[in-house]
Design a protein around this ligand. Structure first.
Ligand code: GLC
Length: 554
Protein backbone atom coordinates (compact mmCIF):
# COMPACT_ATOMS: atom_id res chain seq x y z
CA UNK A 1 0.00 0.00 0.00
CA UNK A 2 1.55 3.29 -0.93
CA UNK A 3 -1.57 5.34 -1.02
CA UNK A 4 -3.23 6.55 2.11
CA UNK A 5 -6.53 6.92 0.36
CA UNK A 6 -7.86 3.88 2.13
CA UNK A 7 -8.80 3.67 5.79
CA UNK A 8 -5.89 1.41 6.68
CA UNK A 9 -3.37 4.11 5.96
CA UNK A 10 -5.21 6.94 7.69
CA UNK A 11 -2.07 7.90 9.61
CA UNK A 12 0.17 8.57 6.59
CA UNK A 13 -1.27 11.92 5.67
CA UNK A 14 -2.40 12.33 9.24
CA UNK A 15 -1.41 14.53 12.13
CA UNK A 16 -1.20 12.89 15.54
CA UNK A 17 -1.33 14.79 18.80
CA UNK A 18 0.28 13.59 21.99
CA UNK A 19 -1.75 14.09 25.13
CA UNK A 20 0.15 13.76 28.40
CA UNK A 21 -2.98 13.21 30.47
CA UNK A 22 -1.53 14.31 33.79
CA UNK A 23 -0.95 17.80 32.40
CA UNK A 24 -3.78 18.25 29.90
CA UNK A 25 -6.92 19.14 31.85
CA UNK A 26 -8.07 18.42 35.40
CA UNK A 27 -11.84 17.89 35.45
CA UNK A 28 -12.23 16.89 39.10
CA UNK A 29 -10.17 19.52 40.86
CA UNK A 30 -7.39 17.38 42.32
CA UNK A 31 -4.66 19.25 40.43
CA UNK A 32 -3.98 16.25 38.18
CA UNK A 33 -5.20 16.01 34.60
CA UNK A 34 -7.60 13.16 33.82
CA UNK A 35 -9.45 11.43 30.99
CA UNK A 36 -12.65 13.42 31.50
CA UNK A 37 -10.47 16.50 31.02
CA UNK A 38 -9.39 15.13 27.64
CA UNK A 39 -13.01 14.45 26.70
CA UNK A 40 -13.94 18.02 27.73
CA UNK A 41 -11.34 19.43 25.33
CA UNK A 42 -11.99 17.23 22.31
CA UNK A 43 -13.54 20.15 20.47
CA UNK A 44 -10.22 21.98 20.68
CA UNK A 45 -8.44 18.97 19.20
CA UNK A 46 -11.12 18.65 16.56
CA UNK A 47 -10.65 22.31 15.65
CA UNK A 48 -6.98 21.63 15.00
CA UNK A 49 -7.93 19.02 12.40
CA UNK A 50 -5.88 16.19 13.92
CA UNK A 51 -6.46 12.57 12.98
CA UNK A 52 -5.40 10.79 16.13
CA UNK A 53 -4.38 11.18 19.74
CA UNK A 54 -1.44 9.36 21.29
CA UNK A 55 -2.36 9.18 24.94
CA UNK A 56 0.61 8.77 27.28
CA UNK A 57 -0.03 6.02 29.85
CA UNK A 58 -3.21 6.17 31.89
CA UNK A 59 -2.93 2.60 33.19
CA UNK A 60 -2.85 1.65 36.84
CA UNK A 61 0.50 2.74 38.17
CA UNK A 62 2.20 3.90 41.36
CA UNK A 63 3.41 6.84 39.19
CA UNK A 64 7.08 6.46 40.12
CA UNK A 65 7.79 7.35 36.47
CA UNK A 66 4.40 9.04 35.95
CA UNK A 67 2.67 6.13 34.30
CA UNK A 68 5.63 4.52 32.54
CA UNK A 69 5.64 2.06 35.43
CA UNK A 70 2.54 -0.03 34.85
CA UNK A 71 0.91 -2.17 37.54
CA UNK A 72 -2.06 -3.29 35.41
CA UNK A 73 -1.99 -3.02 31.61
CA UNK A 74 -5.73 -3.60 31.25
CA UNK A 75 -7.12 -1.03 33.64
CA UNK A 76 -7.18 2.74 34.05
CA UNK A 77 -5.56 4.38 37.06
CA UNK A 78 -8.23 5.88 39.35
CA UNK A 79 -6.35 9.21 39.19
CA UNK A 80 -7.32 9.38 35.51
CA UNK A 81 -10.75 7.78 35.52
CA UNK A 82 -12.12 4.33 34.80
CA UNK A 83 -12.26 1.94 31.87
CA UNK A 84 -15.67 3.43 31.12
CA UNK A 85 -14.17 6.95 30.93
CA UNK A 86 -11.65 5.63 28.45
CA UNK A 87 -14.42 3.95 26.44
CA UNK A 88 -16.26 7.28 26.39
CA UNK A 89 -13.10 9.04 25.23
CA UNK A 90 -12.66 6.53 22.40
CA UNK A 91 -16.31 6.96 21.38
CA UNK A 92 -16.39 10.75 21.68
CA UNK A 93 -13.13 11.14 19.79
CA UNK A 94 -14.38 8.67 17.17
CA UNK A 95 -17.50 10.80 16.66
CA UNK A 96 -15.15 13.60 15.64
CA UNK A 97 -13.08 11.36 13.36
CA UNK A 98 -10.21 11.22 15.85
CA UNK A 99 -8.62 7.87 16.67
CA UNK A 100 -7.02 6.98 19.99
CA UNK A 101 -3.61 5.36 20.36
CA UNK A 102 -2.59 4.18 23.80
CA UNK A 103 0.95 3.87 25.13
CA UNK A 104 2.27 0.34 25.60
CA UNK A 105 5.14 -0.10 28.05
CA UNK A 106 6.51 -3.57 27.30
CA UNK A 107 10.17 -3.21 28.33
CA UNK A 108 9.39 -3.19 32.03
CA UNK A 109 6.53 -3.25 34.50
CA UNK A 110 6.12 -1.49 37.81
CA UNK A 111 7.60 -3.26 40.82
CA UNK A 112 3.97 -3.33 41.96
CA UNK A 113 2.80 -5.41 39.02
CA UNK A 114 1.43 -8.75 40.33
CA UNK A 115 3.98 -10.62 38.16
CA UNK A 116 6.88 -8.93 39.91
CA UNK A 117 5.31 -9.28 43.36
CA UNK A 118 5.01 -12.99 42.64
CA UNK A 119 8.53 -13.19 41.18
CA UNK A 120 9.93 -11.74 44.41
CA UNK A 121 8.50 -14.60 46.45
CA UNK A 122 11.30 -16.93 45.38
CA UNK A 123 13.36 -18.50 42.65
CA UNK A 124 10.75 -21.22 42.03
CA UNK A 125 7.82 -18.91 41.48
CA UNK A 126 6.34 -19.47 38.00
CA UNK A 127 6.49 -15.71 37.33
CA UNK A 128 10.17 -15.44 38.29
CA UNK A 129 11.43 -15.97 34.76
CA UNK A 130 9.23 -13.17 33.40
CA UNK A 131 11.98 -10.81 34.64
CA UNK A 132 15.75 -10.74 34.11
CA UNK A 133 17.55 -12.22 37.12
CA UNK A 134 21.23 -12.97 37.58
CA UNK A 135 23.61 -14.06 40.30
CA UNK A 136 26.12 -11.51 41.59
CA UNK A 137 29.25 -10.94 39.51
CA UNK A 138 32.55 -12.67 40.41
CA UNK A 139 33.45 -9.79 42.74
CA UNK A 140 30.12 -10.02 44.47
CA UNK A 141 28.59 -6.88 42.91
CA UNK A 142 26.14 -6.46 40.01
CA UNK A 143 26.20 -9.23 37.37
CA UNK A 144 27.59 -6.96 34.61
CA UNK A 145 28.50 -3.35 33.80
CA UNK A 146 25.15 -2.20 32.42
CA UNK A 147 24.05 1.24 33.56
CA UNK A 148 20.49 2.44 33.92
CA UNK A 149 19.31 5.20 31.58
CA UNK A 150 18.21 6.94 34.78
CA UNK A 151 21.67 6.66 36.39
CA UNK A 152 23.60 4.10 38.44
CA UNK A 153 23.84 0.36 37.94
CA UNK A 154 21.01 -1.27 36.00
CA UNK A 155 20.88 -4.01 38.65
CA UNK A 156 19.32 -4.08 42.09
CA UNK A 157 19.87 -6.84 44.61
CA UNK A 158 16.87 -8.76 45.87
CA UNK A 159 18.11 -9.68 49.35
CA UNK A 160 15.52 -12.45 49.70
CA UNK A 161 16.95 -14.57 46.89
CA UNK A 162 20.48 -13.16 46.70
CA UNK A 163 19.98 -12.46 43.00
CA UNK A 164 19.96 -9.17 41.13
CA UNK A 165 17.12 -8.04 38.85
CA UNK A 166 17.62 -5.83 35.81
CA UNK A 167 16.09 -2.38 35.39
CA UNK A 168 17.15 -0.17 32.51
CA UNK A 169 15.23 2.66 34.17
CA UNK A 170 14.26 3.06 37.87
CA UNK A 171 14.69 0.17 40.33
CA UNK A 172 10.88 0.34 40.53
CA UNK A 173 10.71 -0.56 36.80
CA UNK A 174 12.01 -4.14 36.53
CA UNK A 175 12.79 -5.18 32.94
CA UNK A 176 10.76 -8.02 31.51
CA UNK A 177 12.48 -11.10 30.11
CA UNK A 178 11.43 -11.10 26.46
CA UNK A 179 13.03 -14.51 25.90
CA UNK A 180 10.13 -15.89 27.93
CA UNK A 181 7.23 -17.05 25.76
CA UNK A 182 4.69 -16.32 28.54
CA UNK A 183 5.69 -12.64 28.41
CA UNK A 184 5.20 -12.63 24.65
CA UNK A 185 1.75 -14.20 24.76
CA UNK A 186 0.69 -12.02 27.71
CA UNK A 187 1.48 -8.89 25.70
CA UNK A 188 -0.32 -10.19 22.65
CA UNK A 189 -3.36 -10.62 24.92
CA UNK A 190 -2.92 -7.02 26.12
CA UNK A 191 -2.80 -5.76 22.51
CA UNK A 192 -5.95 -7.70 21.65
CA UNK A 193 -7.71 -6.47 24.78
CA UNK A 194 -7.32 -2.84 23.68
CA UNK A 195 -7.63 -3.33 19.95
CA UNK A 196 -10.88 -5.20 20.43
CA UNK A 197 -12.05 -2.24 22.52
CA UNK A 198 -11.58 0.16 19.61
CA UNK A 199 -8.10 1.48 20.30
CA UNK A 200 -6.50 2.37 16.94
CA UNK A 201 -2.95 1.41 17.82
CA UNK A 202 -0.10 1.89 20.22
CA UNK A 203 2.89 4.08 20.74
CA UNK A 204 5.40 1.53 22.00
CA UNK A 205 7.71 2.67 24.77
CA UNK A 206 11.46 2.00 24.25
CA UNK A 207 10.54 -0.65 21.72
CA UNK A 208 14.16 -1.11 20.67
CA UNK A 209 15.26 -2.42 24.07
CA UNK A 210 12.94 -5.35 24.67
CA UNK A 211 15.28 -8.32 24.22
CA UNK A 212 18.56 -8.33 26.15
CA UNK A 213 21.70 -10.27 25.30
CA UNK A 214 21.11 -13.87 26.36
CA UNK A 215 24.61 -14.06 27.84
CA UNK A 216 24.25 -10.68 29.63
CA UNK A 217 27.66 -9.66 28.26
CA UNK A 218 29.31 -6.43 29.45
CA UNK A 219 28.76 -3.43 27.19
CA UNK A 220 32.00 -2.23 25.54
CA UNK A 221 33.40 1.19 26.51
CA UNK A 222 32.12 4.22 24.54
CA UNK A 223 34.38 5.67 21.88
CA UNK A 224 34.83 9.25 20.74
CA UNK A 225 32.57 8.57 17.74
CA UNK A 226 29.62 7.43 19.85
CA UNK A 227 26.60 9.69 20.45
CA UNK A 228 26.97 11.98 23.46
CA UNK A 229 24.53 9.99 25.52
CA UNK A 230 26.67 6.84 25.33
CA UNK A 231 29.81 8.86 26.01
CA UNK A 232 28.08 10.35 29.05
CA UNK A 233 27.31 6.86 30.35
CA UNK A 234 30.77 5.60 29.38
CA UNK A 235 29.54 2.61 27.40
CA UNK A 236 28.05 1.62 24.07
CA UNK A 237 24.56 0.20 24.35
CA UNK A 238 25.27 -3.01 22.49
CA UNK A 239 24.02 -5.80 24.73
CA UNK A 240 21.33 -4.17 26.89
CA UNK A 241 19.14 -3.30 23.90
CA UNK A 242 18.89 -3.22 20.11
CA UNK A 243 19.29 -6.97 19.93
CA UNK A 244 18.29 -8.58 16.63
CA UNK A 245 15.66 -10.76 18.34
CA UNK A 246 13.55 -7.68 19.18
CA UNK A 247 12.59 -7.56 15.50
CA UNK A 248 10.83 -10.92 15.83
CA UNK A 249 8.55 -9.51 18.51
CA UNK A 250 7.68 -6.44 16.47
CA UNK A 251 6.97 -8.67 13.47
CA UNK A 252 4.54 -10.75 15.55
CA UNK A 253 2.76 -7.58 16.68
CA UNK A 254 2.58 -6.32 13.10
CA UNK A 255 1.01 -9.56 11.99
CA UNK A 256 -1.55 -9.22 14.75
CA UNK A 257 -2.14 -5.51 13.98
CA UNK A 258 -2.71 -6.27 10.31
CA UNK A 259 -5.45 -8.77 11.14
CA UNK A 260 -7.66 -5.89 12.29
CA UNK A 261 -9.79 -3.77 10.01
CA UNK A 262 -8.53 -1.10 9.77
CA UNK A 263 -5.09 -2.41 10.74
CA UNK A 264 -3.96 -1.17 14.14
CA UNK A 265 -1.04 1.27 14.09
CA UNK A 266 2.36 0.49 15.64
CA UNK A 267 4.27 3.70 16.38
CA UNK A 268 7.55 2.87 18.05
CA UNK A 269 9.63 4.92 20.41
CA UNK A 270 12.76 3.94 18.48
CA UNK A 271 15.14 5.75 20.77
CA UNK A 272 18.32 5.26 18.73
CA UNK A 273 20.83 7.75 17.42
CA UNK A 274 21.92 5.79 14.38
CA UNK A 275 19.76 6.11 11.25
CA UNK A 276 20.61 2.61 9.99
CA UNK A 277 19.43 1.23 13.29
CA UNK A 278 16.32 3.39 13.17
CA UNK A 279 15.19 2.15 9.77
CA UNK A 280 15.84 -1.46 10.78
CA UNK A 281 12.69 -1.22 12.92
CA UNK A 282 10.60 -0.80 9.77
CA UNK A 283 11.72 -4.32 8.77
CA UNK A 284 11.23 -4.85 5.07
CA UNK A 285 8.92 -1.83 5.05
CA UNK A 286 5.69 -3.64 5.69
CA UNK A 287 6.40 -6.21 8.38
CA UNK A 288 7.51 -4.39 11.57
CA UNK A 289 6.65 -0.90 12.82
CA UNK A 290 4.42 1.34 10.73
CA UNK A 291 6.16 4.38 12.18
CA UNK A 292 9.27 4.90 14.32
CA UNK A 293 10.11 8.17 16.03
CA UNK A 294 13.21 9.92 14.77
CA UNK A 295 15.44 10.80 17.71
CA UNK A 296 18.31 12.18 15.59
CA UNK A 297 15.79 14.82 14.46
CA UNK A 298 14.88 15.65 18.06
CA UNK A 299 18.58 15.93 18.89
CA UNK A 300 19.49 18.12 15.90
CA UNK A 301 19.96 21.88 16.29
CA UNK A 302 17.56 24.23 14.51
CA UNK A 303 19.93 24.57 11.63
CA UNK A 304 19.20 23.98 7.95
CA UNK A 305 22.10 21.68 7.16
CA UNK A 306 21.80 19.62 10.37
CA UNK A 307 18.06 19.06 9.99
CA UNK A 308 18.35 18.45 6.29
CA UNK A 309 21.03 15.81 6.88
CA UNK A 310 18.70 13.92 9.24
CA UNK A 311 15.69 14.12 6.93
CA UNK A 312 17.57 13.17 3.77
CA UNK A 313 19.56 10.51 5.59
CA UNK A 314 16.38 8.96 6.93
CA UNK A 315 14.56 9.09 3.60
CA UNK A 316 17.53 7.56 1.77
CA UNK A 317 17.59 4.57 4.12
CA UNK A 318 13.85 3.89 4.39
CA UNK A 319 12.79 0.57 2.90
CA UNK A 320 10.13 0.68 0.18
CA UNK A 321 6.67 0.92 1.70
CA UNK A 322 7.86 2.54 4.93
CA UNK A 323 6.79 6.05 5.89
CA UNK A 324 8.59 8.64 8.04
CA UNK A 325 7.24 10.40 11.12
CA UNK A 326 8.37 13.82 12.35
CA UNK A 327 8.00 15.56 15.65
CA UNK A 328 9.70 18.40 17.49
CA UNK A 329 8.56 17.80 21.06
CA UNK A 330 7.43 15.14 23.48
CA UNK A 331 7.17 14.61 27.22
CA UNK A 332 10.85 13.62 27.49
CA UNK A 333 12.60 16.45 25.65
CA UNK A 334 12.57 20.21 25.93
CA UNK A 335 9.65 21.56 23.87
CA UNK A 336 10.49 22.72 20.35
CA UNK A 337 9.37 26.27 21.20
CA UNK A 338 12.26 26.36 23.67
CA UNK A 339 14.79 23.87 22.30
CA UNK A 340 14.63 24.94 18.67
CA UNK A 341 13.14 28.40 18.91
CA UNK A 342 14.38 29.81 22.22
CA UNK A 343 10.89 31.27 22.67
CA UNK A 344 11.24 33.42 19.53
CA UNK A 345 7.88 33.71 17.74
CA UNK A 346 9.28 33.59 14.19
CA UNK A 347 11.28 30.47 14.94
CA UNK A 348 8.35 28.82 16.67
CA UNK A 349 6.22 29.38 13.57
CA UNK A 350 9.00 28.11 11.32
CA UNK A 351 9.47 24.96 13.41
CA UNK A 352 5.76 24.18 13.13
CA UNK A 353 5.83 24.76 9.38
CA UNK A 354 8.72 22.31 9.16
CA UNK A 355 7.12 19.51 11.15
CA UNK A 356 3.79 19.84 9.35
CA UNK A 357 5.09 19.96 5.78
CA UNK A 358 7.83 17.34 5.63
CA UNK A 359 6.88 14.13 3.85
CA UNK A 360 5.60 11.93 6.64
CA UNK A 361 3.20 11.68 9.53
CA UNK A 362 3.43 14.69 11.84
CA UNK A 363 3.13 14.43 15.61
CA UNK A 364 2.43 17.47 17.77
CA UNK A 365 2.86 17.45 21.53
CA UNK A 366 0.22 19.23 23.61
CA UNK A 367 1.02 22.93 23.71
CA UNK A 368 2.98 22.95 20.44
CA UNK A 369 -0.12 24.40 18.80
CA UNK A 370 0.13 27.56 20.92
CA UNK A 371 3.92 27.80 20.87
CA UNK A 372 4.17 26.73 24.51
CA UNK A 373 7.70 26.93 25.92
CA UNK A 374 9.16 24.84 28.74
CA UNK A 375 8.05 25.74 32.25
CA UNK A 376 10.68 27.45 34.38
CA UNK A 377 10.89 25.45 37.58
CA UNK A 378 12.82 25.77 40.80
CA UNK A 379 14.74 22.86 42.26
CA UNK A 380 12.02 22.36 44.84
CA UNK A 381 9.33 22.00 42.14
CA UNK A 382 10.92 18.97 40.48
CA UNK A 383 9.09 15.66 40.59
CA UNK A 384 10.75 13.69 37.79
CA UNK A 385 13.16 11.28 39.51
CA UNK A 386 15.70 11.84 36.74
CA UNK A 387 15.68 15.61 37.28
CA UNK A 388 15.93 15.20 41.03
CA UNK A 389 18.95 12.92 40.55
CA UNK A 390 20.83 15.01 38.00
CA UNK A 391 19.89 18.61 38.88
CA UNK A 392 21.36 21.12 38.06
CA UNK A 393 23.34 19.56 35.18
CA UNK A 394 20.05 18.17 33.85
CA UNK A 395 16.71 19.45 35.20
CA UNK A 396 14.83 16.32 34.11
CA UNK A 397 11.59 16.31 32.19
CA UNK A 398 9.27 18.39 34.35
CA UNK A 399 9.81 21.60 32.30
CA UNK A 400 8.15 20.01 29.24
CA UNK A 401 5.38 18.49 31.35
CA UNK A 402 3.96 21.65 32.95
CA UNK A 403 0.17 21.93 32.57
CA UNK A 404 -1.60 23.00 29.41
CA UNK A 405 -2.73 26.66 29.63
CA UNK A 406 -6.29 26.96 28.37
CA UNK A 407 -6.81 30.59 29.41
CA UNK A 408 -5.00 33.38 31.24
CA UNK A 409 -7.02 33.25 34.49
CA UNK A 410 -6.14 31.55 37.77
CA UNK A 411 -5.57 27.82 37.26
CA UNK A 412 -5.18 28.53 33.52
CA UNK A 413 -8.28 26.44 32.86
CA UNK A 414 -6.13 23.41 33.64
CA UNK A 415 -7.35 23.17 37.20
CA UNK A 416 -10.01 25.14 39.12
CA UNK A 417 -8.86 28.45 40.64
CA UNK A 418 -7.28 27.90 44.03
CA UNK A 419 -6.22 24.31 43.35
CA UNK A 420 -2.48 23.64 43.33
CA UNK A 421 -1.60 21.86 40.08
CA UNK A 422 0.68 18.79 40.32
CA UNK A 423 3.41 20.79 38.54
CA UNK A 424 3.49 24.61 38.48
CA UNK A 425 1.76 26.18 35.49
CA UNK A 426 4.96 27.75 34.23
CA UNK A 427 3.62 29.21 30.95
CA UNK A 428 3.90 32.91 30.13
CA UNK A 429 0.44 34.44 30.74
CA UNK A 430 -0.06 35.42 27.08
CA UNK A 431 0.47 31.87 25.84
CA UNK A 432 -2.89 30.14 26.14
CA UNK A 433 -5.58 28.67 23.92
CA UNK A 434 -8.37 31.20 24.60
CA UNK A 435 -6.29 34.26 23.76
CA UNK A 436 -5.00 32.76 20.53
CA UNK A 437 -8.32 31.39 19.37
CA UNK A 438 -9.70 33.55 16.56
CA UNK A 439 -6.59 35.72 16.33
CA UNK A 440 -5.54 35.50 12.67
CA UNK A 441 -1.88 36.08 13.57
CA UNK A 442 -1.64 33.58 16.40
CA UNK A 443 0.40 30.38 16.41
CA UNK A 444 -2.85 28.48 16.99
CA UNK A 445 -4.38 29.87 13.79
CA UNK A 446 -1.18 29.07 11.90
CA UNK A 447 -1.30 25.45 13.09
CA UNK A 448 -4.99 25.05 12.23
CA UNK A 449 -4.38 26.50 8.77
CA UNK A 450 -1.28 24.40 8.18
CA UNK A 451 -3.15 21.22 9.06
CA UNK A 452 -6.09 22.25 6.87
CA UNK A 453 -3.70 22.97 3.99
CA UNK A 454 -2.02 19.61 4.48
CA UNK A 455 -5.38 17.89 4.36
CA UNK A 456 -6.60 19.70 1.26
CA UNK A 457 -3.36 19.45 -0.70
CA UNK A 458 -2.50 15.94 -1.91
CA UNK A 459 1.07 17.07 -2.61
CA UNK A 460 1.53 17.89 1.07
CA UNK A 461 -0.42 14.93 2.35
CA UNK A 462 1.28 12.15 0.45
CA UNK A 463 3.45 13.60 -2.29
CA UNK A 464 7.07 12.65 -2.82
CA UNK A 465 9.73 15.05 -1.62
CA UNK A 466 12.74 16.42 -3.44
CA UNK A 467 15.28 18.87 -2.01
CA UNK A 468 15.89 22.00 -4.09
CA UNK A 469 19.08 24.05 -4.30
CA UNK A 470 19.08 26.92 -1.81
CA UNK A 471 21.55 29.46 -0.43
CA UNK A 472 23.23 28.77 2.93
CA UNK A 473 20.85 28.89 5.85
CA UNK A 474 17.82 28.11 3.71
CA UNK A 475 16.20 24.77 2.96
CA UNK A 476 13.54 24.07 0.36
CA UNK A 477 11.85 21.02 -1.00
CA UNK A 478 9.22 20.22 -3.57
CA UNK A 479 6.33 18.03 -2.51
CA UNK A 480 4.54 15.99 -5.16
CA UNK A 481 4.02 17.68 -8.46
CA UNK A 482 4.03 21.33 -7.65
CA UNK A 483 4.02 22.38 -4.02
CA UNK A 484 7.15 24.00 -2.69
CA UNK A 485 8.15 24.49 0.92
CA UNK A 486 10.93 26.99 1.68
CA UNK A 487 12.44 27.81 5.04
CA UNK A 488 14.99 30.39 6.04
CA UNK A 489 16.77 29.19 9.16
CA UNK A 490 19.06 32.15 9.43
CA UNK A 491 19.25 35.73 10.63
CA UNK A 492 19.76 37.10 7.11
CA UNK A 493 17.23 37.47 4.32
CA UNK A 494 17.63 34.87 1.58
CA UNK A 495 16.32 34.38 -1.90
CA UNK A 496 15.21 30.97 -3.12
CA UNK A 497 15.31 30.88 -6.90
CA UNK A 498 13.22 29.02 -9.45
CA UNK A 499 9.91 29.45 -7.62
CA UNK A 500 6.76 30.16 -9.55
CA UNK A 501 3.27 30.29 -8.15
CA UNK A 502 1.57 31.81 -5.18
CA UNK A 503 2.14 31.72 -1.44
CA UNK A 504 -0.44 29.34 -0.06
CA UNK A 505 0.59 29.94 3.52
CA UNK A 506 3.43 31.93 4.99
CA UNK A 507 4.67 32.09 8.57
CA UNK A 508 4.12 35.80 7.90
CA UNK A 509 0.41 35.59 7.18
CA UNK A 510 0.45 38.92 5.35
CA UNK A 511 2.10 37.06 2.49
CA UNK A 512 -0.68 34.50 1.99
CA UNK A 513 -1.81 34.71 -1.61
CA UNK A 514 1.25 36.66 -2.78
CA UNK A 515 2.30 35.77 -6.35
CA UNK A 516 5.87 34.52 -6.76
CA UNK A 517 7.59 34.82 -10.12
CA UNK A 518 11.10 33.44 -10.25
CA UNK A 519 12.40 34.05 -6.73
CA UNK A 520 10.97 33.83 -3.25
CA UNK A 521 12.50 36.26 -0.81
CA UNK A 522 12.36 35.16 2.81
CA UNK A 523 13.17 37.32 5.80
CA UNK A 524 15.07 35.95 8.81
CA UNK A 525 13.41 32.81 10.23
CA UNK A 526 10.59 33.00 7.73
CA UNK A 527 9.04 30.15 5.78
CA UNK A 528 6.32 29.62 3.22
CA UNK A 529 4.41 27.01 1.27
CA UNK A 530 4.10 27.98 -2.37
CA UNK A 531 1.67 26.36 -4.78
CA UNK A 532 2.64 26.33 -8.42
CA UNK A 533 -0.06 27.74 -10.64
CA UNK A 534 -1.66 24.79 -12.39
CA UNK A 535 -2.48 25.12 -16.08
CA UNK A 536 -5.90 26.63 -16.57
CA UNK A 537 -7.66 28.83 -14.06
CA UNK A 538 -4.71 28.92 -11.66
CA UNK A 539 -4.81 29.60 -7.97
CA UNK A 540 -7.00 32.62 -7.96
CA UNK A 541 -9.05 31.44 -4.98
CA UNK A 542 -6.24 30.41 -2.67
CA UNK A 543 -6.44 31.47 0.93
CA UNK A 544 -4.40 30.42 3.90
CA UNK A 545 -6.86 27.88 5.14
CA UNK A 546 -8.50 26.63 1.99
CA UNK A 547 -5.53 25.05 0.33
CA UNK A 548 -4.08 25.13 -3.10
CA UNK A 549 -7.00 23.82 -5.00
CA UNK A 550 -4.78 21.55 -7.05
CA UNK A 551 -5.95 18.40 -5.38
CA UNK A 552 -9.41 17.81 -6.69
CA UNK A 553 -8.33 16.72 -10.16
CA UNK A 554 -5.86 14.14 -8.87
C1 GLC B 1 10.27 6.22 27.56
C2 GLC B 1 9.24 7.22 28.05
C3 GLC B 1 9.77 7.90 29.26
C4 GLC B 1 9.98 6.87 30.33
C5 GLC B 1 10.90 5.75 29.83
C6 GLC B 1 10.83 4.56 30.72
O1 GLC B 1 11.44 6.83 27.14
O2 GLC B 1 8.92 8.08 27.01
O3 GLC B 1 8.91 8.91 29.72
O4 GLC B 1 10.54 7.45 31.47
O5 GLC B 1 10.51 5.29 28.57
O6 GLC B 1 9.59 3.94 30.61
Amino acid sequence: MDGGENQGDWWRAGVLYQVYPRSFADSDGDGIGDLQGVIDHLDHLDSLGIDGIWLSPCHRSPQADFGYDVADYCDVDPEYGTLETLDTLIAEAGRRGIRILLDLVPNHTSEQHPWFRAALTGRDDPHRDRYVWADPGPEGGPPNNWVSTFGGSAWTLDPGSGQYYLHNFLPGQPDLNWWNEDVRTAFEDILRFWWDRGVAGFRIDVCNMLVKDAGLRDNPPATAEDPWVMRAFGQRWVYNGNRPETHQILARWRELADRYDPPRLLLGETNVEDLDQLVSYFGSGTDELHLGFNFPMLGAPFDASALRAVVEGTEARMPAGAWPVWTGSNHDVSRMATRWAGGDQSRIRLALLLVLTLRGTAVLYQGDEIGLTDGVLARGDLLDPVGIRFYPSYPGRDPERTPMPWHAGPGAGFTPPGVVPWLPLGAPAEVNVADQDGDPDSVLTLVRDLIALRRSTPDLALGASETLPTPDGAWAWRRGTGTLVALNLSDRSVEVGGVEGRVALGTDRARDGEPVAGALRLGPWEGAVVGSSPPGPGLATVTGSEGLGTGEER
